[in-house]
Ligand binder design. Structure first.
Ligand code: 3PG
Length: 217
């Protein structure tokens, strides 16, 4: 999505699923993102776990105008700066540290508007730390092993203002049970871009997986 910064609300509600994509070859980034967009999943998280991640974000932000591409696995100030410089419209982290909060304050400002960011939480204390830092839209990570839908229901009692993007271990089969919860705005997952499909350039399969996921809305 060139030229405009989405709100965190837009990031979380444009589609029911945010594909979490780890790119090993930046050449695959544009056709992969285009397939996800065609399938109805325009909000895409590219993780910074591989050296190709930043270049993938740069290419998608320039060449796939209908995509809203963000950076995942944002761990520190260096990641915040690199992701924003590459054109990431939002950021996602598996957790939240005081150093990351400071980095977001120092480098995450866009003319007075904060870079849309989903910090990761897994406990009540982490939820409180995120809210203290001004974040009430969070990633629950790793969603399945930390307690899944039961944990979200439990955290929603003391923290009704929280909205979740659970991620980690979610599949096409289990996504619906998360999306049924009022506190869940969207889910994240890597099942949309299977390694073998990406390696084979099977963009039709990626598009079909995206279309099925988009229909979960
Ligand atoms: C993440 O980065 O959020 C997770 O690794 C994605 O989890 P999944 O591969 O279990 O979907």
């Amino acid at each position: 999505m060139t030229g405009q910064t989405p709100t965190i609300e837009t990031v979380m509600t444009t589609a029911p699923v945010i594909p979490v994509v780890t790119v090993t070859d930046a050449e695959t980034a544009v056709p992969l993102a285009a397939a996800l967009v065609r399938g109805g999943l325009p909000v895409i998280e590219i993780t910074l776990r591989t050296p190709a991640g930043i270049e993938a974000i740069r290419r998608i932000s320039r060449e796939v105008p209908d995509a809203i591409v963000g950076a995942g696995t944002v761990l520190n100030a260096r990641d915040v700066v690199a992701a924003r410089e590459a054109g990431a419209a939002f950021g996602v982290s598996p957790g939240l540290t005081s150093a990351l909060i400071a980095a977001l304050a120092d480098h995450g400002d866009d003319g007075g508007r904060r870079w849309p960011f989903l910090p990761g939480i897994a406990t009540a204390s982490e939820a409180m730390a995120a809210m203290e830092a001004g974040y009430d839209r969070v990633k629950l990570f790793p969603a399945t092993v930390t307690g899944g839908t039961a944990l979200i229901k439990a955290l929603s009692a003391p923290f009704p203002q929280l909205r979740f993007c659970p991620t980690g271990g979610i599949t096409a089969e289990t996504a619906g049970s998360f999306l049924n919860l009022p506190a869940v705005a969207c889910v994240g997952g890597s099942w949309l871009t299977p390694k073998d499909a990406v390696e084979a350039g099977d963009w039709q399969r990626v598009e079909d997986l995206a279309r099925t996921a988009a229909a979960l809305a």
